[in-house]
Design a binder for this molecule. Structure first.
Ligand SMILES: Nc1nc2c(c(=O)[nH]1)N[C@H]1C(S)=C(S)[C@@H](COP(=O)(O)O)O[C@H]1N2
Ligand SMILES: [Mo]
Length: 413
C-alpha cells in the first residue's frame, strides 16, 4: 500500500484521516475501526484501496495510484485476445473492496422506462440468451502524452487499450423485457465505486451512450472476461461493455442503468469531459464549453506489438512485424508499414475481425536495406478511407483521441 501525498482529500492538514472519511469507512466496513486514532499519517486503510497490481503482469506501467491508472506497453499487447493480467486499468475513484455476486442486482430505471425493474445477477444469466464478443476498450485519453502543447490528465502513451472477450447478455434484450418509452434518447450507467473524497453521495463517473449504440447487438451487460468472472478491478461482478467508443462508456461495478429522455447528465458527461471542440482549434486554444461535442466512435488506430521497441537485428535478417488495428464502429481495411519515416509504405497482411468491434491482427515482413538505426511505423486505414495521422491529429484541450501512428526503434548491426 503506497503512502499518499499530503494534499489528498481524505486527510486533514496534518495528514490524518478526516472525520468524514472515517465515517464513510465505518459504513463501508460495517464496523468501527479499532484504534482509528493510531492510523499513521497519510495512510488509507487497505479495505478501500485494494492494490490491483498484485494480479498484473509486472511489465505494466503505473501512471497514477490514486486513482489507479495503469497502462500496458505495446509489446505486452501481443496476444490476440488481451489476458486479464495485461489489460490496462483506468479508475476514476476507488474500486469497491469486495463485491458479492450472489446478492448483486441490476436496476433499469429513468424517465423513459415504462416501469423500473430490478434483476438479480442470477436472473440475468437464467432469463436472457448469452453472447460472447471480443471488444476493443480504449481510454479516450490513450495517446495523451503525445500532444504538444501538453494537456492535463493521465499521460497515457499507447497502452490504454485492450481487446478482451466479454460474455454476458445483450442490453437490448433486457431493455425489451423492461419496456422503453418512445422518448428514450440515452442511457446512463451507475457503478458501485467510491468518490476519491470518500463522500458516498458523490458520483465518481456516470456516463452513457445514445439509444442507437445501447441497442447494438454487441452492447453487453457482462459478467465474464476471457471465460472467467470479471476481475474486481475491471468491474466485477457486472459491467456494461460498449466496444469501439471511449472505454469510459463501459461502466464497471454496474448496478443501475437509467433510460433517459435527454442526453445523460451524470458525472463526466458534462463540461469538457470526454468532449472535443466541434471545430478544429489552434493547439493551445481552449474554446468555451458550448463549442464541444461528446466523443462517440473512436478513431482508426494500430499498434506494433512485435518486436519490442529497441530490437537488435543482425545483418540480412528479415524483420517479422506483428500488431493489431481497430477503428471504433468501423472496420480496418488496410495496414501499411514504413521503415523510412513514411517515405515509402508496404502493405501488411490484415485479418478480418473475429466479430464486429474486435481488433484485427496484422503481420508484415520487412527487409531493412543496410545497417543502421530505423524506425518502423504502422498506419491503418478504416473502411471509410480515413487513415491515421503520422505525427499528431487535431490537438484538443483535454488531450483525447490521439491516434497518431505507433512507431518502434530497430537497429541492424
Ligand atoms: N464505475 C466505473 N466505471 C468505469 C470507470 C470508473 O472509474 N468507474 N472508468 C472508465 C474509464 S475512463 C475507462 S477507460 C474504463 C477502463 O476499464 P478497465 O479499467 O477495465 O480497463 O472503465 C470505465 N468505466
Ligand atoms: Mo478512460
Amino acid at each position: 500500500m503506497a503512502l499518499l501525498n499530503p494534499s489528498d482529500s481524505f486527510f486533514d492538514r496534518r495528514g490524518f484521516l478526516k472525520k468524514s472519511s472515517l465515517a464513510t469507512l465505518t459504513t463501508l466496513i460495517g464496523a468501527d475501526i479499532a484504534f482509528a486514532d493510531k492510523l499513521p499519517q497519510h495512510y488509507l486503510p487497505l479495505v478501500v484501496d485494494v492494490d490491483p497490481m498484485a494480479d498484473k503482469n509486472k511489465g505494466l506501467v503505473v501512471l497514477n495510484d490514486k486513482p489507479w491508472n495503469v497502462e500496458t506497453p505495446a509489446h505486452l499487447l501481443d496476444d490476440a485476445v488481451t489476458p486479464a493480467d495485461k489489460l490496462f486499468i483506468r479508475n476514476n475513484g476507488l474500486a469497491p473492496a469486495t463485491v458479492d455476486p450472489t446478492t448483486w442486482t441490476l436496476t433499469i430505471n429513468g424517465e423513459s422506462v415504462k416501469q423500473a425493474k430490478t434483476y438479480k445477477l442470477d436472473d440475468l444469466k437464467k432469463r436472457f440468451k448469452h453472447y460472447t464478443y471480443q471488444l476493443v476498450l480504449e481510454c479516450a485519453g490513450n495517446g495523451r502524452a503525445g500532444y504538444l502543447p501538453k494537456t492535463a490528465g493521465n499521460q497515457w502513451t499507447d497502452g490504454g487499450v485492450g481487446c478482451a472477450e466479454w460474455t454476458g447478455v445483450r442490453l437490448k434484450d433486457i431493455l425489451a423485457d423492461v419496456g422503453i418509452k418512445e422518448d428514450a434518447v440515452y442511457i446512463g450507467y451507475y457503478g458501485k465505486d467510491l468518490h476519491l473524497s470518500l463522500d458516498p453521495k458523490k458520483e465518481v463517473i456516470s456516463r452513457g451512450v445514445p439509444m442507437r449504440k445501447a441497442l447494438e447487438d454487441e452492447t453487453l451487460i457482462a459478467w465474464a472476461m476471457n471465460g472467467q468472472p470479471i476481475p474486481l478491478v475491471h468491474g466485477a461482478p457486472l459491467r456494461l461493455v460498449v466496444g469501439g467508443w471511449p472505454a469510459s462508456t463501459s461502466g464497471k461495478w454496474l448496478h443501475t442503468i437509467a433510460i433517459r429522455n435527454k442526453v445523460h447528465d451524470g458525472a463526466k458527461m458534462t463540461g469538457k469531459s470526454y468532449r472535443v471542440p466541434i471545430n478544429p482549434v489552434e493547439p493551445g486554444v481552449d474554446p468555451p464549453e458550448d463549442q464541444f461535442r461528446i466523443i462517440e466512435s473512436m478513431p482508426v488506430k494500430s499498434l506494433i506489438t512485435f518486436p519490442q521497441t529497441g530490437a537488435m537485428l543482425t545483418k540480412e535478417q528479415t524483420l517479422t512485424l506483428r500488431g493489431h488495428a481497430w477503428a471504433g464502429d468501423r472496420s480496418v481495411s488496410e495496414v501499411s508499414v514504413s521503415y523510412d519515416f513514411g517515405a515509402t509504405w508496404q502493405k501488411a497482411n490484415l485479418k478480418p475481425a473475429k466479430n464486429r468491434l474486435a481488433w484485427q491482427h496484422w503481420t508484415a515482413e520487412v527487409k531493412l536495406p543496410k545497417p543502421g538505426y530505423y524506425e518502423i511505423w504502422a498506419r491503418a486505414t478504416d473502411n471509410a478511407g480515413v487513415s491515421q495521422p503520422m505525427v499528431m491529429p487535431q490537438w484538443n484541450p483535454e488531450g483525447y483521441c490521439n491516434n497518431a501512428c505507433h512507431r518502434i526503434a530497430v537497429k541492424v548491426g
